[in-house]
Design a protein around this ligand. Structure first.
Ligand SMILES: [Zn+2]
Length: 395
């Protein structure tokens, strides 16, 4: 299938309006549920107060702002004036927003490059690993090897100069498998002006590009891995794929898909961090401990890195950091605007009731379905429940 046809396939939506509402409710509930689980496993981290504490006005007075439930122009209810942690690795709610914003940017950038007559490739870089490897050290070595690959005389830039190398975006990802432990890896989108030479692999994935360019890049990757103290990587586990595969990757990029489904489809070669968190929610203590280990290895690392000047070439604005991207949201659903209509204003005492009963997601569903009246009815029920619970304790 030609790339443009594939792009159209990805951008066409087949969901009906009611299906969209259902998916939104399901996805919001799941992200908030997992956020609560992350709070339990990561005490003291910023995710613990994300979407719970009031945002304060700046200045000396630092007054709490009014908490309200607003309706976005796309019809989604959301809480306005709560603090947001902007943690891409630890917070499912923020990560979803950051991911959808960045996916949209990748998509726009890729599309713009095709419109300019350019080509996009997907390079996947992996390193050998085993059950005993610690994720912090392994990920550090992976990134060190990548830095070697992208600098110096035999850098990716130099290897691809002949084909009009314009830049690259590298995405850091990780899964965990019971057999082989942590598997940090990189996906690199490469932007070149001319089509790379090489043949498509006749077997297996027909989007794999083999030939002199891939051979040279893999040789440099092998050298880089050895220089940082890793074992030699396997050629079969590192690939260069054409534009169709690159756009398929972009279309699925980020946690939005994973967090949209009620139950995550298991990755073939291990669990993603969000799958570990979901298993922790289901009572798998080992998965919770692995999630903690993942966070300590990834916290502070950049998820997505654009080489200098590439965004300008693609007509994209300056890159947003994690916190800004979490505020920006994405293609509509999450964008919050000052002028959005207020469905209901809540007191902080009412908010406290919603929090202690774990009903953040449900209240938003109710606001969408029945407006202020239904929200206030639900809060009355929560208050009665609290009184009954306190009475039961007192007896
Ligand atoms: Zn957050």
């Amino acid at each position: 299938m030609a790339i443009t046809a594939r792009l159209d396939k990805h951008t066409k939506t087949t969901s009906t309006p009611s299906e969209k509402v259902f998916i939104r409710h399901q996805s919001r509930e799941k992200a908030m549920k997992l956020q609560d689980t992350a709070r339990e496993w990561l005490p003291g981290e910023r995710v613990c107060w994300c979407g719970r504490r009031p945002a304060y006005d700046g200045g000396r007075k630092r007054a709490k702002r009014l908490l309200s439930v607003k309706r976005s122009q796309e019809g989604a209810a959301y809480y306005a004036n709560l603090e947001r942690c902007g943690s891409v690795w630890t917070c499912p709610v923020c990560s979803k927003r950051i991911g959808s914003h960045r996916r949209e940017q990748l998509w726009k950038g890729g599309r713009s490059w095709l419109d300019q007559g350019g080509h996009v490739y997907l390079l996947t870089l992996t390193v050998p690993h085993g059950r005993e490897d610690k994720p912090f050290a392994l990920t550090g070595q992976l990134l060190d090897a990548y830095n070697l690959l992208t600098s110096g005389r035999s850098s990716l830039k130099a290897e691809l100069k002949e084909w009009g190398y314009a830049g690259q975006v590298r995405a850091l990802e990780v899964t965990h498998g019971d057999a082989n432990g942590w598997h940090p890896h990189l996906h690199v989108l490469i932007f070149v002006k001319r089509k790379l030479p090489g043949t498509r692999s006749p077997v297996g994935n027909s989007h794999h590009v083999t030939g002199p360019v891939f051979d040279a890049v893999f040789e440099n990757w092998e050298q880089a891995c050895l220089r940082v103290g890793l074992d030699a990587p396997s050629k079969g586990a590192n690939t260069l794929q054409d534009g169709s595969a690159a756009f398929d990757y972009i279309a699925k990029w980020g946690p939005a898909d994973e967090l949209t489904r009620a139950h995550t489809k298991r990755a073939r070669r291990g669990r993603t961090p969000w799958q570990l968190l979901e298993d922790a929610y289901m009572g798998d203590l080992r998965a919770g401990k692995l999630f903690q280990e993942f966070v300590s290895a990834f916290k502070g690392r950049r998820q997505l890195f654009w080489t200098r000047g590439l965004r300008d070439l693609l007509g994209l604005p300056k890159d947003a950091d994690d916190q800004q991207a979490a505020e920006l949201g994405s293609d509509g659903e999450y964008v919050e605007r000052l002028q959005d209509a207020v469905i209901v204003t809540l007191t902080w005492e009412q908010w406290h009731l919603i929090l202690i009963h774990g009903e953040r997601a449900n209240i938003l569903h109710m606001a969408e379905l029945g407006g202020a009246d239904l929200v206030l009815d639900c809060i009355r029920i929560l208050r009665k429940r609290t009184i009954l619970r306190d009475l039961a304790k007192a007896i």
